[in-house]
Design a binder for this molecule. Structure first.
Ligand code: FAD
Length: 284
């Protein structure tokens, strides 16, 4: 059965939080398997993340995961935060290193597998981790990256969500290499809707995500063909999730950017593709 999850970030004002609540409520029609809230990303604070996760789960009734990072934090604070999450009914964590903004190496765990193991020791959380179809910019090689992912699986991570990508062939190749390495947990494709192509290009550059020619050309030709950027982004998204559905992927994780329109397009297209596939199987 097709499964969707949505990622949000905590609002930084009352207005932003009201908009977030509205987005969560509108996207609930897709009955997400879970939704998640980022932590520390974009300057959000710990309390903002905690309040958003707890409020979202209680108002929507959708299982909600808290992202949690360890770089720049101390062990006691992280464990206390994890404990508060558990007591507030949050049973799922997306466990991440986090980016070291100080440029140093200020981390209370030697690596992310150690962090995942510590969280599991606190409470029996369901833990998802991150992975990188086009290799993390700081990883020595794909082999090193996969070794870290396998170690995260070995200490109890039960799924991995990918960094965003636009070239599905890179994702398929990554999954195939991961399986060969003995990684068996579900690898969920992370889908980023393009609301602002220039900004996405900057993010892609920083993350090492390749922007394929067809994506560059689609936006370059937008003025000529008379389509708006939103229409172009919609068509690209539909094509990407259709391809994933026909390749047999049953789950996608959508980086919503707290906005409804393109998350809705991607969800509808993914569910429709799966319905068509099941129908074709029934009549075959
Ligand atoms: P790891 O699993 O530790 O590393 C992944 C790979 O990169 C490994 O090969 C590892 O060796 C290598 N690597 C990473 N950092 C270094 C380093 N400093 N030195 C050497 N090698 C390194 N960030 C946030 O702050 N908040 C969030 O909420 C958040 N959510 C995310 C959600 C998803 C789905 C993804 C894909 C990323 C998210 N990030 C978030 C970004 C994430 O924190 C960074 O990508 C971080 O650099 C790596 O985190 P990780 O847990 O994958 O690291």
């Amino acid at each position: 059965m097709a499964r969707i999850s949505f990622e949000y970030f905590p609002g930084r004002s009352e207005k932003a939080n009201n908009q977030l609540e509205q987005t969560v409520s509108l996207l609930a029609e897709f009955q997400p398997e879970f939704q998640s809230v980022t932590y520390g990303a974009g300057g959000s604070d710990q309390k903002g993340s905690f309040d958003a996760v707890v409020a979202m789960q209680s108002t929507s009734g959708i299982p909600t995961a808290s992202h949690l990072t360890y770089t720049g934090a101390n062990k006691e604070d992280i464990e206390a935060f994890a404990d508060e999450l558990w007591k507030a009914g949050i049973k799922r964590i997306v466990a991440l290193r986090g980016d070291d903004l100080s440029g140093g190496n200020d981390a209370p765990f030697a690596n992310t597998p150690e962090f995942v193991a510590a969280l599991k020791k606190c409470h029996p959380f369901e833990i998802s981790v991150a992975c990188y179809p086009e290799v993390h910019p700081k990883a020595g090689s794909l082999k090193d990256d996969l070794a870290v992912l396998k170690a995260k699986q070995e200490v109890g991570a039960t799924s991995a969500i990918t960094q965003f990508f636009f070239d599905n062939s890179k994702f398929y190749e990554f999954v195939s290499q991961a399986r060969e390495t003995g990684i068996t947990i579900p690898i969920i494709p992370g889908i980023l809707p393009i609301y602002n192509f220039a900004k996405v290009c900057e993010m892609a550059e920083a993350c090492g995500t390749h922007i394929p020619d067809h994506v560059n050309e689609a936006f370059a030709n937008s003025a000529i063909c008379g389509s708006s950027d939103l229409e172009i982004a919609s068509e690209l998204l539909k094509a990407q999730v259709h391809d994933l559905a026909y390749a047999g992927y049953e789950a996608v994780h959508i980086y919503t950017l707290n906005k409804v329109p393109l998350a809705k397009v991607a969800s509808e297209a993914f569910l429709e593709a799966h319905e068509t596939i099941s129908h074709q199987r029934r009549v075959a």
